[in-house]
Design a protein around this ligand. Sequence first.
Ligand code: DOR
Ligand code: ZN
Ligand code: ZN
Length: 461
Amino acid sequence: MVDANNGALPMTVDCVLHNGKLYFEGTIIEGGLAIDGDRIVKIGREPNLPAAGERIDLNRCLVLPGLIDAHVHLRGQRLAYKEDFLSGTQAAVAGGFTTVLDMPNNEPVICSVDSVRKRVELAERKIVANVGFLSSFPHRTDEIADIVREGATAFKLYLSEQIGGVNIEDDDELLQAFTEVSRLNMPLAVHAEDAKMIKNRTNVEKAAGNNDVEAYCRAHPPEAEVKAARRVLQLAEKTKVRVHLCHVSSEETVALVNEAKKKGMDVSCEATPHHLMATSRLLTDLGAPALTDPPLREKKVMEALWGGVREKVIDLVASDHAPHSIREKTADSVWSVRPGVPGLETTLPLLLTKVNEGLLTVNDVVRLLAEKPAQIFGIQDAGFLSEGGMADITVVDLHRVGRIDVDRFHSKAEYSPFDGWKVKGLPVKVFVNGTLVLDKDEVVADEGIGRVLRSRKSLTK
Ligand code: DOR
Ligand code: ZN
Ligand code: ZN
């Protein structure tokens, strides 16, 4: 190890990856890297790499920092029939992600010290990728600091429905919670959709006997997002909390975020691959497998989101991997269908396809799926390749052609709005904490090799 040896390289390292193209400090260098234990100990051209117990030829594939999906529902516990820690993190590494951030709207809801502790304990034995856990607000604001100490990476607020503590209709309560999260300098992710508006519109549609996907879209209009986003940004301005808007899906929300950034607020936002790659037409064509919340939008929204990505108003892409059972996706009425699509195994191939089409660069992909998520969520030592850094590595073959096939998913979800789509660009090898976990199309990881991320203020480890 570098540290144990005063910075000197060991004579023989565990593993050398060679004949690759490395994304290093913003440019591509031809060469490889050396891994010893869980660290990268050398990055360089072939002659400068040390002797190794194992040498892996990368066949000139692209070596990226381990990718991070900042919005994933791993489920487990009472929702393990939809996904569990093992299947969810297997899906992550199969899709090229070495780290995922898990959402707290589970059963039980994660919104207390005990529930975070229990979830971490269960996950630690199973995960094959690194996982950070988000917590919803607890019932008492003074528990927020304890939840941080327990290891939560960030907080998550749903304005679309009451999940966890703090009454979402009460600005004073929200202000108090925002103030505490801000004091602790923790990030706050928000599902911004106005609960009352959704509820009223849903009741109107139901009363009229409407039960198709178009009715669902009318009940979840862009205005519901804009209204909630405005409210959140106002609260964030007052409290100076670091706020992150999840899955933005309207032109106006992008404009609001842009304005807030220009004012100097610490605000960020994400777009999902489904909102970037598909419109409500796909929802009309496919029905339930493409039903998500917020729903797919019109073409002009999709174009505005691409504008947001280009202008860097949209900071990152996150899958919002939200798996459900087939039974939950096949109800007669749209009001009984669970919204959510699995995205861990489709996000990277879809984005790499855009690179091949010339709509994104490799630098964009690294920014959107590694650098920005690491920065915004304070994931230390992640998002870039470095000597002495953790050996979390995603190797991709930009030229490999494939087809999205739900039958080959590692996720328990057996559907996808992208099923059958042709893609160009696939992950071929993934290393998590120095261990090879994806080799070609096979997940080769032992259960439990992933780490639980702890916030910097965590006192538990
Ligand atoms: O489509 C969605 N699915 N939107 C959400 O906000 C929740 C998620 C889920 O957990 O299934
Ligand atoms: Zn959401
Ligand atoms: Zn979500």
